[in-house]
Design a protein around this ligand. Structure first.
Ligand code: CTP
Ligand code: CA
Length: 222
């Protein structure tokens, strides 16, 4: 309610958020995917909307509903997500919160694979396009590109390297090691990695991570 009544620094800004997992088909009834509810991406999109942004929400098959008041583009696979993202350019900022499957099944089947004890299926994989990396070197690169890094160890080191490798501006590094018990929960413990260094944020509800990140984005864009 406070956000709805407060100032709206992102009015006139168009921002894109990717969210949720992607599903890569094995056959018409089976897929591989990452663990992702879409909750953090949804919270970020809602927070940006609350600050007045026009939000394009490109989402894989998430378990939480997309926020109201945003433009929803629903996709299944990483390749579809890449095409959907490129079709929405230009934008003022892009926040890539989706848990994109790194690989897709190369030998996926058009009919359901039937169970047969003498023939266990063998899957072969090919690498999916890297949406964040593609966007970071795109001719229509958004002025602010933000990636996520869910890490189970060496969180800061991996996230810092990831920021350089991807060519994005910021990385929101998320510690999902088993000890934190965070994976799949309602809170996140994140570190914001920028060109200026690393900020450690306290463990917060995903909604609050969304509001803080949206406020930082507003600062950067205005
Ligand atoms: N990402 C993407 N396209 C991919 C893979 C990842 O856009 N094919 C984005 C994610 O949305 C996230 C960031 O890249 O914002 C980091 O994803 P992550 O899986 O942590 O990085 P990877 O480079 O895939 O490295 P790894 O899985 O080996 O840690
Ligand atoms: Ca990955």
């Amino acid at each position: 309610i406070a956000a709805a009544l407060g100032p709206k620094p992102l009015i006139g800004k168009r921002v894109l958020v990717t969210s949720g997992p992607t599903h890569e088909p094995i056959d018409p009834v089976r897929y591989i995917a990452n663990r992702s509810s879409g909750a953090q991406g949804t919270a970020i999109a809602a927070a940006l909307r609350d600050l007045g942004a026009d939000v394009v929400f490109v989402t894989g098959p998430a378990s939480v509903a997309p926020p109201a008041g945003v433009q929803v583009v629903a996709v299944e696979t990483a390749q579809q997500m890449l095409h959907a993202v490129e079709a929405e350019l230009p934008v003022d900022a892009a926040i890539m919160a989706a848990a994109v499957a790194d690989w897709r099944v190369e030998n996926n089947f058009t009919q359901k694979i039937k169970k047969a004890p003498e023939s266990i299926p063998i899957l072969t994989f090919s690498e999916n396009p890297d949406i964040l990396k593609t966007l970071s070197s795109h001719v229509m690169r958004p002025p602010l590109v933000i990636g996520f890094a869910a890490e189970t160890e060496n969180v800061i080191k991996n996230a810092t390297a990831k920021r350089a490798r991807k060519g994005c501006d910021w990385i929101v590094a998320n510690d999902v090691s088993a000890e934190t018990g965070i994976m799949g929960g309602t809170e996140n413990a994140v570190h914001l990695v920028t060109m200026d260094g690393v900020e450690d944020w306290p463990r917060l509800p995903k909604s609050e991570v969304g509001h803080r990140l949206a406020a930082r984005i507003a600062e950067a864009l205005t």
